[in-house]
Design a protein around this ligand. Structure first.
Ligand code: AKB
Length: 341
């Protein structure tokens, strides 16, 4: 008998750390982690099996089908927006071809099991585009169906993979004589910038938020790569994990869409600096905008409308801006750097 498992790809990543911890609180979970890098030692107690490998390796994915009965896939493996801009073709291969491989694996699994496999996909605010700052400011909270004209490889990848998930869930092999009954139950969340106390982001456009805080806690001067007035939606990592687990657990009947916005707070970069200085008054933080990265930030939304998630699956962040810093980020980050600062 194969173990019934939850597969987390990219488990070593920022969301992966939080999700593995969140799932470990459930009694009946058997988590299989997959990552190109060796498993982070802090994750060892949280992951029943770990496979080091590449989501582009079809032989490896074939082994997963043979060895496990995968009930849910959290497909977190991705190359974030900034990193993908430095190598767009690699970004496309990992973000799109890798996702296609996992969608095919999920369909194959669902055929073996005779029931749908849940596929939970973290999309991003990177799918949105505003031509001018005036448009961005005038729109305020953007809805899921508006402004989806991404101008980064990562944003294009995320939008296309949302559509791929919808295809595999509802239209896969629609012309075949033997229509397959069960495929996948695809559900996606468009995440804002995420701030974790446990990990530091690598290669995202929204990284200035978490970087500023982590640098201050280590007494390292920080040159913020966006203007003071730059504004994006953000969320504390525990809320991102809450959103993934809540959406995964939601009944099919309650869901009226495949892709959902979620968010919590939308500070300007200057407001983040002021909050950070409040907790780390000696922090050296200045603003030296990187013109090209600034250009991306200016096209992303200042805020998103998460009304559909609140209506369909009772989404509600636990951490607003003040609580995120006072009760989660600052205490945990101070503890993390206690011996280094
Ligand atoms: C990035 O900045 O690339 C990510 C995101 C907002 O999707 N953190």
């Amino acid at each position: 008998m194969r173990n019934q498992v939850i597969l987390i790809t990219g488990i070593n990543g920022e969301i992966g750390h939080g999700l593995a911890r969140g799932l470990s609180k459930r009694s009946d979970t058997y988590v299989v982690g997959l990552d190109v890098a060796p498993l982070d030692k802090t994750l060892r107690p949280l992951c029943q099996q770990f496979i080091q490998g590449d989501i582009l390796d079809n032989m490896l994915l074939g082994r997963l089908v043979a060895e496990y009965e995968i009930r849910t896939i959290f497909h977190l493996a991705s190359i974030l927006s900034t990193k993908a801009e430095y190598n767009p073709e690699t970004g496309h291969r990992v973000n799109v071809e890798g996702t296609l491989n996992l969608l095919r694996l999920a369909v194959e699994q669902s055929q073996w099991q005779g029931r749908s496999v849940k596929f939970i996909y973290p999309s991003s605010i990177a799918v949105y585009w505003f031509p001018t700052l005036a448009d961005k400011e005038k729109t305020g909270k953007v809805k899921e169906e508006d402004n989806c004209f991404p101008t980064t490889m990562y944003g294009c990848n995320k939008l296309y993979c949302e559509l791929l998930g919808r295809y595999y869930a509802n239209y896969y092999r629609q012309l075949a004589a033997d229509q397959i009954k069960h495929t996948i139950d695809f559900r996606a969340i468009r995440f804002p910038g995420l701030i974790s106390a446990e990990t530091i982001p690598t290669g995202g456009t929204s990284d200035y938020g978490p970087e500023m805080l982590h640098h201050a806690a280590q007494n390292i001067p920080y040159h913020c790569f966006v203007r003071e007035d730059s504004r994006l939606p953000f969320m504390a990592m525990p809320d991102a994990v809450k959103a993934l687990l809540t959406l995964e657990a939601a009944s099919n009947e309650s869901l009226h869409r495949i892709v959902y916005n979620v968010t919590s707070f939308s500070p300007s970069a200057l407001e983040i600096r002021d909050i950070v200085l409040n907790y780390f008054p000696d922090a050296a933080i200045d603003f030296i905008p990187h013109a090209n990265r600034q250009q991306i930030v200016d096209t992303w939304p200042a805020d998103v409308d998460d009304g559909a998630a609140r209506h369909d699956w009772d989404w509600q962040p636990d951490y607003d801006q003040a609580r995120a810093f006072s009760e989660y980020l600052v205490p945990s980050i101070k503890e993390r750097y206690r011996d280094t600062a």
